[in-house]
Design a protein around this ligand. Structure first.
Ligand code: ATP
Ligand code: MG
Ligand code: MG
Length: 586
């Protein structure tokens, strides 16, 4: 576990636990019980949070922060976190998204096993209760059916400098409102013809308090309730009710909802007056949403990238979705570590993408097996190999699976007359400070021998076809003579005889600008044309056995993962997760 640092949410929770704020709370164990206000089994006092996505897309790295926060705090303080689908928007929601969201939460390392069950909560479970709550508000004079056009409603809401104007329907009697609301529910009115609104204050400085909409008409089938309803509650109406019925204690949301908090409290106070709610008030707390450089965090826009084919799917390794990050090689632990490190604050800002990569490296450094890979291969020919070692000789070499964990054993591979090296590890005329291969220079091939470069073969266009060198046969790594010839640099390599061809996907930022979608340009113009480069390289033979999703540190190159979808023993495919922080061998 990562070390926990205090933040304002932990302070609030600790104070609540210390003061026994929730000590005498009657816990309703099931939403069904809660909705009928029968008390459920009594739980010891504990906090209760919720993670409430709308199933309208795949979750992204911002949601990962929210998941780690809500499930993480509940776990840390012995509480419960409800997995709840905020499914109040029937047209955009799909079962595929529901399944993907549950997968993502599980993969991140969390479960929703309160009471030993895997109960899922849905906003739609409470549609009956919400409808009764709406009728109560109407009867008590707190809500009315407005039949202005959407344009009139928008104009009459006013704006920051201008108070709103009362709707001509605002003074309808409760009976009249009830009759119209029932007509809405009965399907007698088309979409958009009327909405139910709270009657609060059209002159409020907080625009969210200017008679917000509670219910709208949508003749749409719902993935959970089918055709039972043609009116659906607004999110702002539904959410506080869901929290109250589920006995949520700390309702954590992003800062955009700060201005909704007065309505959240207003609504629950009204329902409590009416006896519809008798649980203690859940409290909403806002924190800054995650903005990550080079990344878009909006399900709607990510969906557009998928639908328009800018990426290969929701799980394209360039996508900031949880499935995309997973396919790129990020681990649940790295995302948890990242969430803990960025913490929660009250001020919006940008987190640098490198923070995410650092968390990945810190997680994988002790875990990932090392391997050698050549990403931009050129042949190295050892001219004196046959005479020094014997024609066709292959010399067995080995390297630790992990440099600090000898118990993990050794990788084995062969050194021979021909090897693959990086094209960039040879320069005919070396720039200043270059200490890799150039004519006359001596270099160690890591875990192998010291060689002296003698030159290179070039094609008609001057492109290097093969680099040439002579081996010092007594310098094998790990033998007594290994130091007998001094080498200026060290380079990595793969044997031409036993190296395995691999497709390597060099994944980079999907957006070339650090703050996509914040400037004048449409975000599609900010896509990085170099975000995915596919190269054919060679990897050491131990990688032929790699399983899909297995992670490695390719020495000098960074962290790579065997692609979950396309990698197999007959076609090796690795995605670059992140580079190494400290590059060596300049
Ligand atoms: P999007 O605009 O991407 O669809 P959303 O906020 O509408 O995001 P929800 O499905 O409603 O998506 O989000 C579920 C939870 O995740 C909410 O509590 C929301 O506050 C939180 N969340 C969403 N995006 C972020 C983010 N970038 N950083 C932190 N939390 C987030
Ligand atoms: Mg939302
Ligand atoms: Mg949204």
């Amino acid at each position: 576990d990562s070390p926990k640092t205090s933040n304002f949410l932990r302070q609030i929770i600790e104070r609540d636990l210390e003061q026994g704020t929730y000590a005498d709370r009657h816990w309703a164990g099931r939403p069904a019980d809660a909705a009928t206000q029968q008390s459920g089994p009594l739980d010891p006092a504990r906090i209760r949070t919720r993670f409430p996505p709308e199933p309208n897309g795949y979750l992204h790295v911002g949601h990962a922060k929210s998941i780690c926060l809500n499930f993480g705090l509940a776990r840390e303080y012995g509480g419960v976190c409800h997995m709840r689908f905020d499914d109040t928007n029937p047209e955009k929601e799909e079962q595929e998204y529901v399944d993907a969201i549950l997968d993502a939460v599980r993969w991140l390392g969390f479960s929703w096993d309160a009471h030993g069950t895997s109960h899922l909560y849905h906003a739609s479970d409470y549609f009956d209760f919400m409808y009764r709550a709406a009728e109560y508000l109407i009867g008590a004079g707190h809500a009315y059916v407005d039949e202005q056009t959407p344009e009139q409603m928008r104009a009459n809401r006013g704006d920051f400098g201008r108070p709103g104007v009362d709707s001509p329907f605002r003074q309808r009697t409760p009976d009249e409102n009830l009759q119209r609301f029932r007509a809405m529910r009965a399907g007698e009115l088309p979409d958009g013809a009327a909405v139910l609104r709270a009657r609060i204050d059209m002159a409020s400085p907080n625009i969210n308090m200017r008679d917000p909409a509670l219910y709208r008409i949508k003749h749409a089938e719902h993935h959970n309730t089918g055709t039972a309803w043609c009116i659906y509650p607004m999110y702002t109406f539904a959410h506080p009710i869901e929290d109250a019925l589920e006995n949520i204690t700390h309702s954590l949301c992003t800062l955009e909802f700060e201005d909704q908090r007065p309505f959240y409290d207003w609504l629950l106070d009204r329902l409590r007056e009416g006896g519809l709610i008798n649980t203690p008030q859940p409290r909403q707390y806002e924190f800054a949403r995650l903005n990550l450089t080079h990344v878009l965090t909006s399900k709607r826009k990510l969906k557009q990238l998928v639908d328009e084919g800018h990426v290969s799917g929701w799980d394209d390794p360039r996508m900031p979705t949880i499935v995309g990050l997973r396919r790129r090689g990020f681990t649940p632990e790295s995302l948890q570590l990242f969430s803990e490190r960025i913490g929660v604050t009250k001020a919006n800002g940008w987190i640098d993408f490198s923070t995410l990569e650092t968390a990945l490296r810190d997680d994988l450094d002790p875990k990932a097996a090392r391997a050698m890979a050549v990403l931009d291969p050129v042949r190295l020919v050892i001219e004196n190999w046959d005479e020094a070692m014997g024609a066709g000789h292959l010399e067995p070499c080995s390297a630790p699976v992990h440099p600090h964990q000898p118990e993990r054993g050794q990788r084995r591979f062969f050194f021979g007359r021909e090897l693959w090296i990086e094209r960039g590890d040879f320069e005919e005329t070396p720039p200043k400070g270059y200490n890799r291969l150039f004519p006359g220079n001596r270099v160690r091939l890591k875990y192998g021998y010291v060689v002296e470069c003698t030159g290179a073969d070039k094609d008609a266009g001057g492109r290097v076809q093969a680099v040439r060198a002579r081996v010092f046969p007594e310098t094998k790594s790990g033998t007594a003579g290994s130091d007998s010839v001094k080498a200026k640099g060290v380079i990595t390599w793969v044997g031409a005889a036993d190296g395995v061809a691999a497709e390597i996907r060099l994944v980079d930022h999907l957006f070339s600008v650090p703050h996509p979608d914040t400037g004048e340009r449409p975000f599609l113009e900010e896509l990085n044309p170099q975000s995915l480069q596919v190269v054919r390289g060679f990897v050491e033979p131990s990688l032929a056995q790699a399983g899909g999703d297995e992670k490695f540190q390719f020495e000098r190159h960074g962290y790579f993962v065997a692609d979950r979808k396309h990698h197999g023993p007959d076609h090796l495919v690795f995605n670059r997760t992140a580079g190494l922080k400290d590059r060596w061998g300049k």
